[in-house]
Write a protein that binds this ligand. Structure first.
Ligand SMILES: Cc1cc2nc3c(=O)[nH]c(=O)nc-3n(C[C@H](O)[C@H](O)[C@H](O)COP(=O)(O)OP(=O)(O)OC[C@H]3O[C@@H](n4cnc5c(N)ncnc54)[C@H](O)[C@@H]3O)c2cc1C
Length: 482
């Protein structure tokens, strides 16, 4: 059966199910694990399904930056931040298209979610400045450590069963109340009917690996690399659409600048020396935009260049700003793995990247002279990133080039949900028994994107969904006894 096909409906409460749990969670990434743990904390038995042989999804291969405000790691670096400032940044970045109630819920619950994750063993390593943030608030985790900690917590919980290599295919609803009471899944060549007596939570991620959905919702991004995990094929979205779910922000998909064109799909090869002072040139050796802009805006500009290719060019003074704590600023690590190229002078660098020597040298001369006069005469760049940091000349040998293109890391759109993570139908009402969290949801990012909010919304709303689904029992019991 294809994802989204509506299954035959077993008799209500009948014994035709292969397996039963209080809450079924679809997808074992960050949102799925947070949902499972939160539901189990409220006493529900949980069945967590993962269609891949291994857990982790895109969460596992991500950069691990999570947008939380007021963290201990920020305080250590004397960074003043607050839920109010976070909310104000989210509103500014997302604009009118972002659902203010979801943003307010994020701001309200983010700090307790940060502490909750720590209680489950997550270690926060460092804080970096990210796109759309008025202060540095990309709190970084090691994603392997994150997923291991959550999987260990789930295994120790006693109420959570995890079934890998099990793909949910369609939702089951009862009549006449249209409540979602389970789903049909495929496991080891067999079709299973799975009963969720409290609710189903869709946490199956985005669709950056579905060519058919990308053709429909992001037809202009054909040249962008697809960088989500293999399971990001939009199954949950299709399943919910089949029962009348509403979507939001479907035109909000954007590519991200800075991914190495030859990176392994499972590799997080995203590097941003531009935000420390590098410039971006195209294959002809010419700059094409103001490099301080959001990496989403740069992503779009890069796709318009010949071969959708760019090179971030920098010098030793910028290489010296490399840090290992933030993957996108680990220039030395990328040099060691051969992703960054080095040359003793600019003509040699031009040869190395096969671009016109004279044009590249002229581009750098012009940029350096603009930096000393204080005005970027070509593209109006006035800061390193987001209005922060002073421009630097590129003048200290050796020189470096990082070839890069744009990639769809995540799809920033999907199911309409309310602040309790209930999936909303086309008539504007919650679909009874159906919840969603993480990349599968829309409405949150709106017109823009703040670094760290994809993982942030997966954790925060995963937890919200788990609690809401576990509590659905009370509402259901009341309704049923009325
Ligand atoms: C290279 C890269 C770097 C990134 N860096 C960051 C970052 O630093 N900060 C940030 O905020 N965001 C980042 N993102 C985006 C972020 O990682 C994702 O949006 C987020 O991890 C999504 O979490 P999730 O739990 O919703 O989905 P996922 O982690 O993708 O989990 C969904 C799971 O559901 C499974 N699944 C799918 N269909 C089914 C089905 N039918 N049945 C059962 N299981 C199913 C999938 O296999 C997957 O394991 C990055 C993305 C990429 C690709």
């Amino acid at each position: 059966m294809l994802p989204g096909t509506v299954a035959a409906i077993p008799a209500r409460g009948g014994g035709n199910w292969d397996r039963s749990a209080g809450v079924i969670v679809v997808g074992a990434g960050l949102a799925g694990y947070c949902a499972a743990l939160a539901a189990a904390e409220r006493g529900a038995s949980v069945l967590l399904l993962e269609k891949q042989p291994d857990i982790g999804g895109t969460s596992l291969i991500s950069g691990g930056a999570i947008a939380f405000a007021g963290t201990k790691e920020q305080q250590t670096q004397l960074i003043n931040d607050s839920p109010e400032q976070l909310f104000s940044d989210l509103s500014r970045v997302g604009g009118d298209a972002a659902d203010q109630i979801l943003l307010a819920t994020y701001a309200e619950l983010q700090h307790e979610t940060y502490r909750w994750l720590q209680n489950y063993g997550l270690r926060f390593i460092s804080v970096q400045q990210g796109s759309g943030q008025s202060v540095p608030r990309s709190n970084r985790v090691d994603t392997v450590q994150m997923m291991k900690a959550l999987a260990t917590a789930a295994a120790q919980n006693g109420r959570i069963s995890v079934l890998t290599a099990c793909a949910a295919q369609s939702l089951v609803r009862t009549v006449p109340d249209d409540r979602v009471t389970g789903l049909v899944a495929r496991h080891q060549g067999k079709t299973l009917t799975l009963h969720a007596h409290l609710g189903v939570i869709l946490a199956s991620g985005g669709f950056s690996r579905s060519e058919s959905l990308l053709r429909k919702y992001a037809p202009t991004l054909t040249k962008a690399q697809r960088a989500g995990s293999n399971g990001s094929t939009g199954d949950g979205l299709v399943m919910a659409l089949a029962i009348g779910a509403k979507t939001k922000d479907m035109n909000g998909i954007n590519s991200t600048f800075g991914r190495h064109p030859d990176a392994d799909p499972a590799q997080n090869a995203l590097l941003h020396p531009i935000y420390k002072g590098a410039i971006a040139v195209n294959r002809d050796g010419r700059r094409f935009t103001d490099e301080s802009q959001s990496y989403k805006v740069l992503g779009e500009a890069c796709l318009k260049q010949p071969e959708a290719l760019a090179f971030q060019i920098f010098d030793q003074s910028i290489m010296d700003l490399s840090v290992t704590e933030a993957a996108t600023s680990d220039f030395r690590g990328a040099l060691q793995t051969g992703l960054v190229l080095q040359a003793k002078d600019l003509p040699a660098l031009a040869q190395h990247i096969n671009c016109d020597e004279q044009t590249l040298c002229a581009t750098i001369d012009e940029y350096n002279s603009d930096v000393s006069s204080g005005v970027d005469s070509r593209h109006g760049r006035s800061s390193l990133a987001n209005g922060n940091g002073q421009l630097r000349a590129i003048a200290v040998p050796p020189y470096y080039a990082y070839p890069c293109t744009s990639a769809i890391l995540a799809t920033y759109c999907g199911l309409a949900v309310d602040a309790q993570a209930r999936v909303i139908d086309n008539g504007g009402k919650p679909i009874s028994g159906l919840f969603a969290a993480g990349e599968i949801t829309g409405g949150f990012h709106g017109n823009g994107y703040m670094t760290g909010t994809s993982l942030g919304k997966a954790a925060i709303f995963g937890r919200v969904a788990g609690r809401a689904a576990a509590q659905f029992r009370a509402t259901t019991a009341l309704q049923e006894s009325a």
